[in-house]
Design a protein around this ligand. Structure first.
Ligand SMILES: Cc1ncc(COP(=O)(O)O)c(C=O)c1O
Length: 407
């Protein structure tokens, strides 16, 4: 992978920020965007800033065509059988909520999750437990931080109607054995929802061969604009899935006493859409696909190996599990003894212009259950270099040397 060439597509990397070039290590939050994506979005506003699917004039038709092209690209990107299995939503959270509240779960039905769900799945699942009376079961991770398939199967029964799981953790970077999970869930008649917010940016997903029923991801974590979620619903189950919102678009007819919903995907796309965002998301998928998902994943893991090797034995640095960097993709979570995670992030920002995330990463329940106060998270992507990883390792080593001695 030609990182030097890729970096040229990201003008922000060539601009000083706070007097120095930035080292952007916060891509698990959102990635930077290449020129190609910004140009595609600008083209919409400058050349055909109309609305899709409603007006019949030429400009509106152009928007409809462009959005259809992105839908086909997204289907291809995720391995869906048909573009009609893809809906454009606001983000991953909207897709996850749509399934939890729209798939007909009733009192007494069970839903099985991991113990490291992002709040975007954890909170709707809790809310559904409180309001609908569904039972939530949690599969606790094995001590090495991996997914415990045996424990998962022990939690399964015919009462489980939905297995809703984070495919790749935004804290550990770990990806669970998706095919095994789907096969076990389906053998009990349960449907499977994957939160692929952290998977889609750097791994090839093939929903067709996985057999997942629903999957949600976000454009802003894979070089696209914020405000666009890509939501996959397998065609066999889309009839039974209700939208989260009702209104204009998504409707074929109304009278004063009734309405008719369009079928998927339109019924999930209520109200006027984020057209420039959808077009930008299409350009982003084209961009990352041209680099190659396998290449992206290998690059992330190579940097993670370098960082892990550099920091593994440094006194006062504690790396979150799994300890094997090959299982953590581009995510490296750690703590420095005697320092709060926010302090680590602020010091590295101030001293080296390393920009990363700190805190509980919207996974409060995961940290509370382990009585950890959060952590600092460095997350790398296609534009990060070996040299940047070295600056990071040296900076964290220096920090740990200063602070971990003060007991
Ligand atoms: C694993 C995971 N799931 C869900 C989300 C929520 O994504 P969004 O804010 O785009 O809805 C995130 C965002 O960080 C995430 O990392």
């Amino acid at each position: 992978m030609d990182v030097a060439r890729i970096r040229k597509d990201f003008p922000v990397l060539e601009k000083e920020f706070g007097g120095k070039l930035p080292i952007y290590f916060d891509s698990a939050c959102q990635t930077l965007r290449p020129k190609q994506v910004v140009a595609a979005m600008d083209e919409y506003y400058e050349s055909f800033p109309a609305c899709a699917g409603r007006s019949v004039h030429k400009m509106a038709t152009e928007v409809s065509l462009r959005c259809d092209q992105v839908r086909a690209r997204a289907a291809d990107f995720l391995g869906a059988e048909s573009p009609t299995e893809i809906a454009f939503l606001k983000n991953s959270t909207e897709g996850l909520n749509t399934v939890i509240f729209g798939s007909g779960l009733r009192k007494g039905d069970e839903i099985v999750t991991t113990d490291y769900e992002h709040n975007s799945l954890h909170v709707p699942a809790l809310h559904a437990a409180n309001t609908i009376g569904i039972r939530r079961k949690i599969v606790h991770s094995a001590t090495d931080g991996t997914f415990d398939l045996d424990l998962f199967e022990q939690n399964m029964s015919k009462k489980v109607k939905l297995v809703a799981m984070c495919l790749t953790s935004n804290v550990s970077g770990y990806t669970l054995p998706a095919k095994e999970v789907v096969d076990i869930a389906h053998s009990y008649g349960a449907r499977v929802l994957f939160d692929a917010a952290q998977t889609a940016p750097s791994q090839k997903i093939d929903v067709g061969s996985l057999g997942a029923d629903y999957l949600a991801c976000s454009s802003h974590k894979m070089c696209g604009p914020s405000g666009v979620g890509i939501f996959y619903v397998r065609s066999e189950v889309s009839e039974q899935l209700e939208p989260l919102m009702y209104g204009g678009h998504g409707i074929s007819d109304t009278n004063y006493s009734s309405f008719k919903l369009l079928s998927a995907p339109e019924k999930f796309e209520t109200g006027l859409q984020n057209y420039s965002g959808i077009i930008g998301a299409g350009a982003a998928m084209e961009y990352v696909s041209a680099i190659g998902m396998d290449e992206i994943q290998s690059h992330e893991i190579a940097l993670n190996r370098q960082i892990t090797k550099g920091l593994r034995d440094v006194p006062g640095v504690h790396i979150l599990k799994p300890s094997d960097p090959n299982l953590r993709g581009g995510i490296f979570c750690f703590n420095v003894e005697n320092l709060m995670a926010h302090d680590v992030a602020m010091i590295l920002d101030n001293s080296k212009n390393i920009m990363m995330r700190s805190g509980m990463h919207c996974c409060h329940s995961f940290f509370h259950s382990r009585t950890i106060d959060g952590c600092a998270r460095a997350s790398v992507y296609i534009y990060n270099t070996d040299e940047e990883a070295k600056v990071f390792v040296d900076a964290v080593t220096e920090l740990a040397g200063k602070f971990s001695k003060k007991r």
